[in-house]
Design a protein around this ligand. Structure first.
Ligand SMILES: Cc1cc2nc3c(=O)[nH]c(=O)nc-3n(C[C@H](O)[C@H](O)[C@H](O)COP(=O)(O)OP(=O)(O)OC[C@H]3O[C@@H](n4cnc5c(N)ncnc54)[C@H](O)[C@@H]3O)c2cc1C
Length: 423
């Protein structure tokens, strides 16, 4: 039997099994939590996860098919927005059985939301230079320090945290990775207002905050390897909205939908400007036609450049994906290249929007072009070159790991305690 015939038969079997299961179990009259518990018990909440942890070991295509069937039936899927996904994928990859048992289920049901506590005022790109301190006292970890730019921390129940546990070792070796309860007196979260008017990020202050011994992920001192796992998911775009199974796009009635819409409203709030930070390439053609700017050859030239870049990025992602599927060992840092491409495209889109809008681009709010969207694009695109690792850092990764170019000169080897830093 050919591979294609085999895949089609598997797809048909999945469609049959899931449709039957939804027929028997899906009801919009339950509470969201009741429904999600049924979903998790049925093994349909995270089908790409291992069967031992709520999943079915499905590949990407099979999981996409599951999302598609959920959408067709109008059934609500597992909670999937925000840094939850970073936390769950990291716990799955690097956590122990006890952590997987305790934390994965409430992530899927939506009972727990998460944030990422990595960056500090003195260490963003140089994340391994972090100085938040974790000390083991009387059977628990005591945490002191400050984090910053923490998306969704103001909604979060838990945080994935990196902190220094050993100051005598070189910087990458003295870091440990923790799961911290955000709802405790030692943790204070303060929102930060951005230049685009939103407040998606926070400063997080930890003063004698407590982490239980069993919430250390991996071994003490092995936190850098765990953090790298989280960052690789972040570069692949797992930080914001993921996994299809959404039904909020159509007005539907029933308790599940009402509660789901409320959940989405809160969870999506930090991300409402994310489409704008990508440059809104989708609006460019209609804006050029509406405003007559299409008649200007210079505008057309820049639009063509934008569409080529945009299409090129899609094709490059597809090529990387088919290499991955064919089992090729070639090192393709698709995350870094894709992230860098997204920055270039967003900047070019902002440039084209400015050419089309002219002086109107300087207005903000509803007076500005496209009801304020164009102004929001212009002041939001810089974020895409920073979040999840800056453009320069992606270039460093590509040059060192793929092109084999010489590594950066370092002055930060040796015990962390002796390294000069701006704190
Ligand atoms: C939208 C958004 C969401 C974010 N969400 C989170 C979050 O949820 N949790 C979290 O912990 N953090 C988050 N961050 C923070 C983000 O990870 C950091 O801003 C980022 O890693 C850069 O660090 P920094 O801001 O300290 O800049 P710096 O590291 O100080 O960099 C300043 C400049 O120096 C350049 N530079 C630094 N080092 C090098 C080098 N070695 N070679 C060449 N150039 C270099 C950088 O490219 C940059 O241009 C978020 C940021 C944004 C914009």
């Amino acid at each position: 039997m050919s591979e294609q015939t085999e895949n089609t038969q598997t797809d048909q079997a999945i469609r049959r099994e899931l449709s039957q299961w939804l027929e028997q179990n899906w009801s919009a009259d339950r509470s969201l939590l009741q429904w999600r518990n049924i979903l998790v018990d049925g093994g349909w909440a995270a089908t790409s996860w291992p069967a031992a942890y709520f999943g079915r070991d499905y590949n990407r295509e099979q999981s996409a098919l599951v999302s598609e069937i959920f959408r067709e039936k109008g059934a609500v899927g597992a909670a999937s927005i925000g840094p939850r996904r970073l936390a769950s994928e990291t716990i799955l990859a690097m956590g122990n059985d006890d952590q997987k048992r305790r934390y994965l289920r409430p992530i899927l049901t939506g009972e727990h939301s998460w944030c990422q506590l990595f960056s500090e005022p003195g260490s963003g790109s140089d994340l391994a230079g972090l100085s938040t301190k974790a000390v083991f006292i009387d059977g628990q970890w005591i945490i002191n320090g400050q984090k910053v730019w923490n998306t969704s921390a103001h909604h979060a129940d838990y945080g994935i945290l990196v902190a220094r546990t050993n100051w005598e070792l070189p910087k990458h070796q003295g870091i440990s990775y923790f799961l911290i309860d955000m709802r405790q007196p030692g943790v204070v979260v303060r929102p930060l207002k951005q230049m685009n008017g939103h407040a998606s990020f926070n400063e997080v202050f930890m003063t004698d905050a407590v982490v239980a011994a069993e919430d250390l992920v991996g071994e003490e001192g092995n936190g850098w390897a765990v953090a790298t796992t989280t960052l690789s998911y972040e570069r692949r775009g797992a930080a914001a909205t993921l996994s299809g199974a959404s039904s909020a796009d159509k007005p539907r009635e029933g308790r599940v939908y009402d509660e789901y819409r409320k959940e989405l409203e809160i969870a999506n709030e930090p991300y409402t400007w994310y489409p704008q930070r990508q440059g809104r390439v989708d609006l460019v053609m209609s804006r050029a036609l509406e405003t007559g700017a299409i008649a200007n050859a210079a505008v057309r030239q820049e639009m063509a450049k934008l569409f080529c870049l945009s299409k090129g990025a899609v094709l490059a992602a597809q090529a990387a994906e088919s290499k991955r599927k064919s089992g090729s060992n070639e090192i393709v840092p698709a995350g870094s290249i894709g992230k860098l491409a997204a920055s270039v495209i967003a900047r070019q889109a902002a440039h084209v929007h400015t050419m089309i809008a002219g002086a109107d681009a300087m207005l903000s709010g509803p007076d500005s072009a496209q009801g304020g969207i164009v102004a929001e694009v212009l002041i939001s695109v810089p974020a895409i070159s920073i979040a999840g690792g800056t453009d320069e850092i992606q270039r460093n990764i590509i040059s060192e790991r793929v092109l084999g170019m010489p590594k950066e000169q370092r002055s930060d080897t040796g015990p962390f305690r002796d390294i000069k830093r701006n704190s």
